[in-house]
Design a binder for this molecule. Structure first.
Ligand code: BES
Ligand code: MN
Ligand code: ZN
Length: 513
């Protein structure tokens, strides 16, 4: 998808579809107030009205033509116009704009246009950069589709809409902001692609290949540990979970910048490329969804891909991806087993389906050698977080209020909301085991928190935030696509976390400057 900025007037832009965002308390622009009945379009948030067959202005004007023919104020070069309600300007937030422009793209897709233009609306007191960024993100993220497995049959029968391949943003904006939005959107889309891809191709090996491509692009140091190297390091969690997997597990380390170059930020992603549950096998229904149990890893890789492009100064980022399948088999790890993580903590296995925390145990242990100033892990860790918080907000567990505040701030800024769940001493106690140090499940009660209490054993009291994205990483097919609360999140993998982490990295670097 190519997004370009144009300073043409909205009347002059030649496009199959022009999206005109209008606030409820604003006049219709471009002379449209005269032709649209005021009752038909009020500018209410997410209201849309398609104006077809807008008469085009004459493209060639004869030298001797009367002067007024050259510039009728009502004429648009656009083939059609989509009016887009933005609500009251005083209520406008970047997230509202992201949603509205995302919806406009869904409408455009239904119209089968290959290109569109969107006008930057009247800003009033809104910040121009924040507004342009939000609109650009909404347009780009909503234009995503995952069709690489659609065969020629469905394409021939025109079941598949035309690919939207070019968007022009019309108005006054900072080209650098638009470029940045594109880079961030590409990172999100990389994460989405990885999540949507089948488990047969999105393997630990594939994640390592993606990491290599990012490392090359960003001048980063890459280390990929295989099973043998994990054994040498005593990574009992990674080894146990991967024991019955035929796909080789990979422990991936990407390092951007150097120690002492600003703060050291550690990102750790759960990368279970398929979670069958193992011997504690999951029910068959919706098991296909467990191809997305690597969305924590995808968020980390997506973010590193953005870092590779933006090349922020004064920050040292260490990204870890703990990648393996979780499968049953004659040699699988079993309930009752005891595994020893890299830091020496012993873990009693009560349920092989609580595997994410086992691989993260080694990921978090390993990253301590970098003495990070902040550690953030992302994982589709518990079904319980869907029950507690639903699909619109990520669960957060932390040992450090200051880091939690930063993560929350970046969540608010990007619309990727997080909510802290309390790590009470009682829940810490709940994960103690009678025969090992800790056990990998503490029952259904407070399942997201006890998972966090488990992970805390691997962070050496450094500032740490755990983000449980099991509720927010995936969008199921809604009855009507436009009923989605966030139209810019296409169905399937969301790529949640990439925008939040990018914002966090940027704030750290701005502080150092
Ligand atoms: N990958 C799952 C969690 C999950 C559930 C992610 C739904 C996305 C959507 C995780 O490995 C898991 O199976 N968790 C168990 C833990 C339990 C056995 C303590 C769960 O939530 O049921
Ligand atoms: Mn599981
Ligand atoms: Zn899992």
């Amino acid at each position: 998808m190519q997004l370009t900025l144009s300073s043409e007037s909205i009347n002059d832009v030649s496009t199959p579809l022009l999206i005109l965002g209008v606030f409820a308390d604003e006049q219709l622009p471009g002379g449209l107030a005269d032709v649209v009945e005021s009752g038909d379009f009020t500018g209410k948030f997410k209201q849309t009205l398609l104006l077809p067959f807008v008469p085009s202005r004459p493209t060639m004007i004869a030298a001797d033509a009367p002067a007024q023919m050259a510039g009728s104020s009502r004429a648009f070069a656009a083939r059609r116009i989509l009016l887009l309600g933005l609500g009251k300007q005083a209520d406008a937030t970047p997230e509202q704009l992201r949603r509205a422009y995302g919806l406009a793209v869904l409408r455009a897709k239904a119209l089968n246009v290959a290109a569109l233009a969107a006008a930057i609306p009247e800003l009033g007191s809104l910040d121009r950069d924040a507004t342009v960024r939000a609109i650009a993100e909404g347009l780009l993220l909503a234009s995503y589709r995952f069709d690489k497995f659609k065969g020629s049959a469905s394409k021939k029968q025109a079941e598949e809409p035309t690919e939207l391949s070019a968007i022009t943003l019309v108005g006054e904006g900072d080209a650098e902001i638009v470029e940045q939005a594109q880079i961030v959107a590409r990172g999100v889309m990389l994460a989405r692609d990885l999540g949507n891809e089948p488990p047969a191709t999105c393997t630990p090996t594939r994640l390592a290949e993606v990491a290599r491509e990012i490392a090359e692009r960003g001048g980063m140091e890459l280390t990929v540990l295989d099973r043998e190297q994990m054994r040498e390091l005593g990574m009992g969690g990674m080894l146990g979970v991967s024991q019955a997997a035929h796909e080789p597990p990979k422990f991936i380390v990407l390092e951007y910048g150097r120690k002492g170059q600003g703060k050291t930020l550690a990102l750790v992603g759960k990368g279970i490329t398929f979670d069958s549950g193992g011997i504690s096998l999951k029910p068959g229904e919706k098991m296909d969804l467990m191809k997305m149990d690597m969305m924590g890893a995808a968020a980390v890789l997506g973010t590193m891909s953005v870092v590779a492009e933006l090349k922020p100064q004064n920050i040292h980022v260490v990204a870890i991806v703990c990648a393996t399948e979780n499968l049953p088999g004659g040699n699988a790890f079993k309930p009752g087993d005891i595994l020893k993580a890299m830091n020496g903590v012993t873990m009693e296995i009560l349920n092989t389906d609580a595997e994410g925390r086992l691989v993260l145990a080694d990921g978090l242990s390993y990253v301590q050698r970098y003495e990070p100033d902040a550690i953030i892990d992302l994982a589709t860790l518990t079904g319980a977080v869907q029950i507690a918080l639903g699909t619109h907000i990520t669960g957060m567990i932390t040992n450090n209020a200051e880091l939690a505040q930063r993560v929350k701030q970046s969540g608010d800024a990007t619309g990727e909301l997080v909510w802290e769940l309390p790590l009470l001493p009682e829940y810490r106690k709940a994960v103690k085991s009678t025969i090992a140090d800790i056990k990998n499940t503490a029952g259904r009660a407070a399942g997201t928190i006890t998972a966090g209490a488990f992970l805390e054993h691997f962070v050496d009291e450094r500032p740490w935030v755990h983000l449980d994205i099991a509720g927010t990483a995936w969008v199921e097919i809604p009855p009507k696509v436009e009923d989605q609360a966030k139209p810019y999140n296409s169905v399937g993998a969301v790529g949640v976390g990439v925008r939040l982490l990018t914002d966090l990295v940027q704030r750290y670097t701005q502080e150092q400057a």
